[in-house]
Design a protein around this ligand. Structure first.
Ligand code: SF4
Length: 178
């Protein structure tokens, strides 16, 4: 039987390692690197390139989204000073997942998902709720998951070390870098 096609939003190569391994057992996975939140641009390029190379090494299809920083900054306007994990992050998840869902729909994928829940700093319930809502609006199913479970985060750290991947010390935006 042909596995269902899944467009996986990827925030960085380290977070994608274990997630790709888990998902490729059941799905035909294509990674979608989309990070208009990432600052500065050199950091974006570094994460995008690392992700592209990792996918190439794994034989996993890879698509890079648009680096539309200005649209992202407009979306989070008024929430620059919010604490990490607060309202700004919810807007940021929604922004990235919405574009992923639209891309999945336009390209004919059966599902979309995200690597975001592998991070111990991110609340999977919040991300899943946003993903389901966006999926309903876009007409493509969101894969609800919490990839940090089953030692997911630990495994992603181990795999990143094994592959010599660059692991950043901040989430991505200029506010988290501060
Ligand atoms: S801290 Fe991370 S999730 Fe929150 S707004 Fe910044 S980049 Fe987005």
């Amino acid at each position: 039987m042909t596995p269902p096609t899944l467009l996986l939003h990827v925030c960085c190569a380290p977070c994608s390692t274990h997630v790709i391994d888990e998902l490729k057992e059941e799905y035909d996975v294509t990674c979608y690197f989309y990070g208009p939140n990432i600052h500065p641009e050199e950091e974006y390029e570094r994460r995008a390139e690392e992700s592209r190379e990792y996918c190439a090494g794994q034989g996993t299809a890879f698509i890079e989204g648009e680096y539309d920083v200005n649209s992202w900054l407009e979306a989070i306007k008024g929430h620059e000073e919010d604490e990490e994990g607060g309202e700004r992050c919810k807007i940021c998840y929604r922004f990235r997942l919405k574009r992923t869902a639209q891309t999945a729909k336009n390209m004919g994928f059966e599902l979309f998902g995200t690597t975001l829940t592998v991070s111990p700093h991110k609340n999977a319930d919040v991300i899943n709720e946003i993903g389901v809502d966006i999926g309903t609006q876009a007409g493509v199913r969101f894969l609800e998951e919490d990839f940090k479970k089953r030692d997911g985060f630990k495994k992603s750290v181990q795999m990143s070390k094994e592959h010599g991947l660059y692991r950043q010390s901040y989430c991505g935006c200029m506010f988290s870098k501060r």
